[in-house]
Design a protein around this ligand. Structure first.
Ligand code: 2NE
Length: 270
């Protein structure tokens, strides 16, 4: 499979193959932990993936065979957040969570090893998770002086249930890929050698389906948890669909032609 680089970055790789944009956190020396720059690069890549209509699915993964992502880089954790080159402490990974939720295309976590701490939350937030047999899952926040009470808690609980979510956070245990599958935390588990092939097959299947239908289903599934913001995203797409109808064109044309709009000729549905 020949991945083509979309844009060069320092902390991530961003590549394209047959409708799939792949973001790979490329910091193997720290088990693919993210620092502010890593997150800024991921956000930039997500913006490109969002705007580019050739991109139908986004895959998020980590470099190597040991880790998907080990969360925030503890080497740069200062007082008030993770400190970047500008000296400002940030928690900009939350912007990435919002971006994964709002991009109107499926985002698939290809979990190739440890998904720990903020790295675990990243896969949780993705639409689908495909894991290799060596993948290990868990939260560490309460052990290392952190927590994610946002999607990392509420959406996790929607996936595995309240009791299990509390266990995951309150005990900070690690779970095998098999256990993750049993609790519905991942969609499937395959060997590490098959991981990318399996992920691409799932992507290709989605690419054959209606993009607008998948987009609206993602909006609907999000809206349940995302409140007014989720409804706003869904309403925005309803507006997009209305703009595609002649009925909406008539309104605009009547205004520009300085006449009364005539909506009578459009079908009325029960
Ligand atoms: C990931 C894990 C379980 C891997 O264990 P193992 O035994 O395979 O590797 P090892 O030796 O622990 O790590 C290899 C190298 O990577 C560094 C280590 O310090 C080590 O460096 P050297 O000794 O070779 O120099 N490394 C690993 N994870 C790192 C990290 N997150 N930051 C900086 N360096 C890291 C094991 O490494 C582990 O438990 N890692 C820490 C996981 C963790 O606690 N992450 C932070 C959670 S908090 C968070 O991410 C967060 C949040 O809770 C809320 C919002 C945003 C972020």
């Amino acid at each position: 499979r020949e991945w083509k680089s979309i844009k060069e970055y320092k902390d991530i790789r961003f590549e394209f193959f047959e409708g799939v944009a792949k973001i790979t956190i490329n910091r193997e020396q720290v088990r693919n932990a993210f620092r502010p720059q890593t997150v800024n690069e991921m956000l930039d890549a997500m913006d490109i993936a969002h705007e580019n209509s050739d991109v139908r699915v986004v895959v998020l993964t980590g470099a190597g065979d040991k880790a998907f992502c080990s969360g925030g880089d503890q080497n740069v954790k200062g007082i008030g957040g993770y400190v970047g080159d500008d000296g400002v402490p940030r928690l900009n990974i939350l912007e990435m969570h919002k971006k994964i939720r709002s991009i109107p295309k499926p985002v698939v976590a290809m979990v190739n090893g440890y998904a720990i701490g903020g790295g675990h939350v990243l896969h949780v937030v993705c639409d689908l998770s495909i894991a290799s047999e060596n993948a290990i899952f868990g939260q560490t926040g309460p052990k290392v002086g952190s927590f994610d009470a946002g999607f990392g808690s509420s959406y996790l609980a929607r996936i595995v249930g309240q009791k299990k979510a509390r266990e995951i956070w309150f005990l900070c245990k690690q779970y095998s890929a098999k256990e993750a599958l049993e609790m519905g935390l991942v969609n499937t588990v395959v060997s590490l050698e098959r991981l990318e092939d399996e992920t691409i097959e799932w992507c290709q299947r989605m690419i054959e389906l209606s993009p607008m239908a998948l987009r609206m289903v993602k909006r609907g599934l999000n809206a349940e948890l995302d409140g007014q913001r989720g409804l706003m995203e869904m309403a925005g797409d309803a507006t997009l669909m209305f703009y595609l109808m002649e009925e909406a064109q008539e309104g605009k044309e009547a205004f520009l032609e300085k006449r009364k709009p005539n909506f009578d000729r459009f079908p009325k549905f029960p």
